[in-house]
Design a protein. Structure first.
Lengths: 195, 195
DNA sequence: AATGAAACTGAGTTATCGCTCAGTTTTACG
DNA sequence: CGTAAAACTGAGCGATAACTCAGTTTCATT
């Protein structure tokens, strides 16, 4: 079970940073100190290995969010929203490779032909958007968030915004940290209750 | 000159939709009705072909934005901002393959080793963010946009938001059109002058 | 029609790919 | 111990990749 774990870990980094087609079984074997046959002993194909990685990433992300937000007190829905955004950015830094992987096109290509991929991707995105939505709904109930916005759609916009920032950071286009305060301000202005 | 054009056009679609590594010279030759050698006669390598495509995409995008916004009257900076967002989404639909290509990781991978890639990508992003920034600055001057936001940083956030939406649309995650109104509303709430 | 340059061809080269499989080593357990 | 299952190995296979090159066709100009 030692080698299987190593393969999963190294493959996650390589698939995320070099891409799926550009990562060969040969390289994977070399970097994990295994024989190439071992990869195909544990996973039925290269695609199967990718799927196993995606399942792990899903488990990890869903688990992290559930643990962070269960039984956690928030002063208001608006504050909860801000903390969700903040935690998302924190997690994207902590699990950089995994978020990079989620931004790679080949996952979405496979999900067109293999429903297992689609299922896992949807689970991740639904989990994330649901949390944003819950924060907005909470805020609308306690009066900290304006009722003029549509909760689900605004959650999607918010998610788009935060996830887009993570993408730019991972692509080294510009520093996401420098935009953190601006993002929070935008978030507040977008959702704040009207006076 | 006929075949060179065909190669550029078909390769743009294939690189954008299938990826760089997953598109072979063989397939490219078949779909363009050329011999494989013709590709390497016109472009010194597969990477050279990709670079030629990127240069075209840059020219096209920069040109489109310059043409659309030169000598164009806007009632206010806020309205200009909205029209920029709107035009960006329109263009992303019109040139879907090219925007899809810009979201592919291999471009950013090449730009780490080949400054020509970096140069072209920066030209595109700078052009886009500059226009968003100009709209915000205009709005702050005419009073339609709040002075509480930092023009450049807000332009980046705005761009992140719009570009993220395009990405979700291209990845078939959800319908960007259904979020258009919400995006505009967010844009206005984010930037509106305080009362 | 003649000619030189530019465009184009496709078989061939070398390398690497994902994957298989027959065989070896390690592990778990009575 | 003994033994059977599980984990692991690496040479080898067929397919396909990017790219080359010696030769052919097309084209513009006279």
């Amino acid at each position: 079970m030692k080698k299987k774990e190593a393969i999963l870990r190294v493959a996650t980094v390589l698939f995320a940073n070099k891409g799926f087609a550009d990562t060969s079984g040969q390289e994977l074997a070399r970097l994990t100190g295994t024989a190439e046959g071992t990869i195909f002993y544990h996973f039925k194909s290269k695609e199967g290995l990718l799927l196993a990685i995606l399942e792990r990433v899903r488990d990890e992300i869903v688990d992290q969010f559930e643990r962070f937000f269960e039984n956690r007190p928030f002063a208001s829905g608006m504050e909860m929203t801000e903390e969700v955004v903040s935690f998302y950015l924190y997690l994207a830094g902590l699990m950089e490779d995994k978020f990079l992987l989620l931004h790679r096109h080949f996952l979405y290509k496979f999900s067109e032909s293999n429903p297992e991929f689609r299922k896992n991707l949807e689970a991740i995105y639904n989990c994330l958007v649901d949390i944003f939505e819950k924060a907005i709904v909470t805020g609308q109930a306690d009066g900290s968030v304006t009722k003029e916005v549509h909760p689900r759609k605004s959650a999607l916009i918010l998610f788009t915004m935060v996830d887009g920032l993570v993408r730019f950071k991972n692509y080294n286009l510009y520093d996401a940290g420098a935009l953190f305060n601006e993002l929070m301000q935008t978030c507040r202005r977008m959702l704040q209750a009207d006076t």
